[in-house]
Ligand binder design. Structure first.
Ligand SMILES: CCCCCCCCCCCCC[C@H](O)CC(=O)SCCNC(=O)CCNC(=O)[C@H](O)C(C)(C)COP(=O)(O)OP(=O)(O)OC[C@H]1O[C@@H](n2cnc3c(N)ncnc32)[C@H](O)[C@@H]1OP(=O)(O)O
Length: 718
């Protein structure tokens, strides 16, 4: 709702009240319309100030209302009412003016912002465009290039930049509402003719066509199949080519197109999913609201390889004192140099002070004796990690958290090496650890609720999105990767090429296909894991070479590693590169010949495999594992899995995540296709639809937010 008050006798003040961000719900819109009429009808009122409760102007349209039938006064007539007002209306922008909130501010005749406020049009990230005149007013106010930048990227600008661009009239370090009231009094009675942005002509720079062409190219490059950025460009184009009223019609048309698209639904689902994962719970009853994190001031990182360096940087940048340990002198000095470089680049990019002095380097594990939390980041080798955990348990002060950055090893096995298994938790970072936003916090059966809460909070302080997951091989992300990779290998055996499989996945929206990712991370990584699992056997031919434990197995990755083809680092993998460390993947004729030879050796006949089969086999196998993970209680809900896949594995955000995508395809259809492929490949257990998936499909494809009701009582329901 909106509150009306009178300030200094002649200023009508309308305060938006809808915590936490004063989103423009039906009640708020109704309040604004009613209060505007009241302010305009009261003869004593000479000017109006619009502000938001609790230091937040407005976070935009209420996204939660998008799923339901629209009620209350629509936004567009509301902003027109404000702009057409005969008394000056001043927006007092504190905290945020985003999306519809900025559109509301642009309909006011003046804008006064607090210096700490941020402004922007983030609609594009929700699969939308600014649909209450934003695409028509902003270019009229600040010009086409700047408007295109803000609207197509969704980036937030500071009050200072907004002032520079001409979005706000004044910036104050003092109370912005008081400043707006003063300002409103000072403009009382002045003509408003030059203050209504919709009446401005839209500037037409001479190179207009080139500007739009460049903007389109830019969004095509970065959008990876998302339709909103390009549609935003089209809407801004209308501001230049059409009179305001026609431009508004075009904006509405384009908005409706996006609004009804699956992409907008997926992006809005993802928006809430990312927030939902912070309300975590574990299978053994720990919860975000009841488990209290412990204070952490000083942390340590053991092992300064690629991951350890990134984690050290992340910790220091978040303000923690860090002890960085690497037992080899030479490696320690190399790491020190690399970390310094990363900190310098980070400080420059983010305009923050250098954090060098936060880090103490040491060659001795003893140096971690007084820290509150240790993150072990040594090689992915259980025996080595066990030794480190035994040492840590003996050296660390009582109560210190012992965390491991393993990407899939058993947390409980590591915990059993220590005197206090309740202090052990996994913190699975993603490379590069100082850049990637995702953190899987892995709790073992004995991890205490406070320890899980502490790791979750640490991740947040490091700027990560922390997702709590249970302990199993590969946790959530890497566990789901296994059947996906497996299908990709099988497709090669059956006749596909790496470039064909990657093209299908990239067209779906992945930043990189599975084979390019594999080349980037190094084929030897998976090879080591398969070797330690006893899967890699001496080269042999015939069916037995492709069976492990009664199930189909493809040794293709192992064979490439045996030939020294580890991916980008060796210049050869599933693709070829111009040199070791090269980045541009090119199809490799050698690989094609190798695949032909392999098929011949194993009696496999290559067939034509279509786009649909590649996509369905790779994605549905991955999705099926996701349902199994839910069924096993490793992830608390589908949102956790979707956030992990979007932030950690390049799943296209505009498709919501694998679980959301499955819901959009239709769970019954996913079951049917899995069954179809399972009949053809009975030796691939990953294609057998899991019982939770079947159950949900059979119960009529419930909406994703209803899945938890079934998941929470899997035993009684299945
Ligand atoms: C045929 C069909 C035709 C249809 C025609 C219909 C015509 C309708 C015309 C409509 C025109 C719309 C025009 C407008 O341009 C569209 C919009 O405005 S879309 C919204 C734009 N705004 C945003 O994207 C802002 C999103 N929010 C944020 O970025 C952040 O939340 C924040 C505001 C920067 C605050 O960040 P934090 O402090 O970190 O806090 P959280 O992110 O955790 O948020 C706290 C809490 O608030 C909830 N929330 C935030 N913003 C909104 C919102 N806009 N609506 C609803 N709820 C919001 C958020 O979910 C958190 O709650 P929780 O999920 O944790 O319960």
């Amino acid at each position: 709702m909106a509150l009306y008050s009178r300030v200094s006798g002649s200023v009508g003040m309308i305060t938006l009240q809808n915590p936490p961000v004063n989103a423009l719900s039906a009640a708020v819109r109704q309040g604004i319309v009613d209060m505007m009429h009241r302010a305009l009808s009261e003869p004593e009122v000479k000017s109006v100030v619009i502000c938001g409760q609790n230091g937040k102007f407005c976070g935009g349209a209420d996204i939660r209302e998008f799923g339901a039938k629209m009620t209350g006064p629509p936004l567009v007539p509301m902003v027109h009412l404000i702009e057409a007002a005969s008394k000056p209306v001043v927006a007092a922008i504190e905290g945020i003016a985003l999306g519809g909130g900025l559109e509301l501010a642009l309909s006011c005749h003046y804008r006064i912002a607090h210096s700490k406020a941020t402004l922007g049009f983030p609609e594009v990230a929700l699969g939308l465009l600014p649909g209450a005149g934003g695409t028509q007013r902003l270019p009229r106010l600040i010009g086409v290039p700047a408007a295109l930048d803000l609207i197509t990227t969704g980036r937030h600008v500071t009050a200072a930049e907004a002032r520079q661009l001409g979005i706000v009239d004044e910036v104050t370090d003092l109370n912005a509402v008081d400043a707006a009231v003063k300002f409103a009094q000072s403009v009382t009675g002045k003509s408003l003719d030059a203050r209504r942005i919709s009446t401005y002509p839209c500037p037409r720079p001479p190179d207009l066509d080139a500007i739009f062409e460049r903007a389109m190219q830019q969004v095509r490059r970065s959008a990876r199949g998302a339709i909103a950025p390009g549609t935003c460009v089209q809407a801004v184009h209308a501001a230049v080519t059409l009179p305001y009223a026609k431009g508004m019609e075009r904006e509405r048309e384009l908005f409706s197109l996006l609004f009804t698209s699956g992409q907008a639904r997926a992006l809005q689902y993802y928006f809430f999913a990312q927030r939902a994962v912070s309300r975590w719970s574990t299978a053994n009853g720990a919860r975000w609201d009841t488990s209290k994190p412990r204070p952490v001031r000083k942390a340590a990182v053991i092992g300064l390889g690629t991951m350890g360096r990134g984690i050290t940087v992340s910790l220091a940048q978040a303000g923690f004192s860090v002890v960085a340990v690497e037992t080899q002198e030479q490696q320690l000095s190399e790491a020190k140099q690399a970390v310094s470089g990363m900190l310098e680049r980070g400080a420059k990019r983010r305009g923050v002070p250098l954090a060098h002095d936060k880090i103490k380097y040491s060659c001795s594990v003893q140096a971690v004796a007084d820290v509150d939390l240790v993150i072990e980041a040594v090689f992915e080798d259980m025996a080595l990690k066990k030794t480190v955990f035994q040492q840590l348990s003996a050296i660390c002060k009582p109560g210190a958290l012992l965390c491991t950055n393993t990407s899939g090893l058993d947390i409980d096995e590591l915990a059993s090496q220590t005197q206090s298994p309740e202090l052990v938790v996994g913190m699975h970072f993603f490379a590069p650890a100082h850049v990637m936003q995702l953190l899987e916090v892995v709790y073992g059966p004995r991890s205490s609720p406070e320890v899980v809460a502490t790791a979750m909070q640490m991740g947040k302080k490091m700027g990560k999105v922390s997702v709590a997951v249970g302990n199993c091989r590969g946790f959530v992300g890497n566990r789901m990767l296994k059947p996906y990779l497996e299908q990709a290998f099988f497709l090669l055996e059956e006749g596909a090429t790496p470039e064909q499989v990657d093209q299908v996945l990239e067209e779906f929206g992945f930043a990189m296909g599975v084979f390019k990712v594999s080349d980037l991370s190094g084929l030897d990584v998976g090879w080591k894991v398969r070797k330690s699992d006893g899967l890699v056997s001496p080269a042999s031919t015939g069916t037995s070479a492709r069976i492990r434990g009664g199930s189909r197995y493809s040794p293709l990755g192992d064979l490439l590693c045996e030939r020294g083809r580890f991916g980008q680092k060796t210049g050869r993998g599933w693709f070829q590169y111009d040199k070791p460390g090269g980045r541009v993947a090119k199809p490799d004729p050698w690989l094609h010949g190798f695949l032909e030879e392999y098929r011949a050796q194993h009696g496999l006949v290559a067939r034509r495999i279509d786009h649909q089969e590649v996509l369905e086999r790779c994605l549905y196998a991955l999705i099926n594992e996701g349902f199994q993970i839910l069924q096993d209680g490793i992830a608390a809900g589908p949102e956790d899995i979707d956030v992990i896949y979007v932030l950690g594995y390049g799943w296209p955000r505009h498709r919501g995540g694998p679980m959301f995508y499955a819901g959009q395809v239709g769970l019954d259809k996913v079951v049917e296709r899995l069954e179809h492929y399972q009949q053809i490949h009975p030796d691939v257990p990953g294609l057998q639809p899991c019982s939770l998936l079947r159950k949900l499909a059979a119960s009529g494809n419930p909406a994703i937010h209803k899945w938890r009701e079934v998941i929470q009582k899997p035993r009684s329901q299945l």
